[in-house]
Design a binder for this molecule. Structure first.
Ligand SMILES: Cc1cc2nc3c(=O)[nH]c(=O)nc-3n(C[C@H](O)[C@H](O)[C@H](O)COP(=O)(O)O)c2cc1C
Length: 277
């Protein structure tokens, strides 16, 4: 019998904003099933009674509220619950998925081109960036790792040069698209992560921004991660009438490259390894 989840009763969960409910559902699926089930299957851990019970309760609330049941994340929740139910029924199973394998030589060459060939590009040609490319870029951002799979990331895509003026940074954008990486911080408040692991909030935005830059590079576009401050955060919030709990973190300018800078270099790897024991 589940009494409260993250300190909230079923009635409170039924009234909770959707973003926070989704975050709690993801987190309970993640910690309540995903991170333990494969260890249980390997015999490294005892199965707790009613594995995945909280995720089941949350999914019922989600369904009762008539929220979409066929989105990729909810499908993932359902699969996890199915697996947990099998174990609860004394069955065992195999995901049927292959173990990760090393990339082939040519695949590795592509990965290196992606990771080491990327460089910040700050000037762009006056050519339109197709919508499908922006979608591919945003999807890469969304799929980046995130603490407890909370899904806090939100994006604002600005194609209109007039709206670029809302964002203040050291690099002006003449042509291209501006992507603002934002977060709904209610999800962290609901999970109390704003107190327990506040650094994860920034990391979650950063992984998305990094994936965005990498996908832009793979598409032959240039991109640069840019910093903005609180003034920009406020202007964006006010202009788009977004709540206080909606924060912008950074923006990335994307477009067809019109400069070919020397790739910046780092200290030697040897100097960066402090302990290797
Ligand atoms: C957190 C962060 C903030 C950044 N802010 C800015 C910025 O405000 N202006 C800028 O021109 N570049 C900015 N950049 C891009 C860096 O200058 C760039 O990544 C760095 O010089 C390394 O060059 P590379 O990206 O070509 O490897 C930022 C990058 C990161 C990760």
């Amino acid at each position: 019998m589940v009494d409260k989840i993250h300190g909230l009763t079923v009635e409170e969960l039924e009234r909770l904003d959707v973003g926070s409910l989704r975050a709690i559902l993801h987190e309970r699926t993640h910690h309540g099933i995903e991170v333990v089930i494969y260890r249980i299957l390997k015999g490294k851990m005892e199965k707790p009674p009613n594995l995945g019970e909280e995720a089941k309760v949350l999914l019922r609330i989600w369904e009762k509220r008539e929220l979409p049941m066929d989105t990729p994340d909810i499908e993932w929740v359902k699969k996890n619950i199915e697996m947990a139910e099998k174990l609860n029924a004394g069955e065992t199973f195999d995901t049927g998925l292959e173990l990760p394998k090393p990339f082939s030589e040519s695949e590795m060459a592509t990965v290196k081109k992606l990771l080491y060939g990327r460089r910040s590009i700050r000037q762009f040609r006056n050519e339109p960036v197709p919508d499908w490319m922006i979608e591919e870029i945003l999807y890469a951002g969304l799929m980046s790792p995130q603490g407890c799979n909370v899904d806090s990331r939100r994006f604002i895509v600005l194609r209109d040069p007039e709206k670029w003026k809302l964002v203040q940074s050291d690099i002006p954008l003449d042509y291209g698209v501006m992507i603002i990486v934002c977060q709904d911080i209610r999800v962290y408040q609901a999970l109390k992560f704003d107190k327990a692991a506040p650094q994860n909030i920034y990391f979650d935005a950063a992984t998305a921004a990094d994936h965005i830059c990498l996908m832009a590079h793979a598409l032959g576009l240039g991109a640069c991660w840019l910093t903005h401050g609180e003034l920009t955060q406020k202007r964006i919030r006010n202009y788009f009438k977004l709540p206080e709990t909606f924060v912008t973190r950074c923006h990335i300018i994307v477009g067809w490259p019109d400069e070919s800078p020397i790739k910046s270099q780092r200290m030697s790897l040897k100097d960066s390894i402090v302990v290797n024991g």
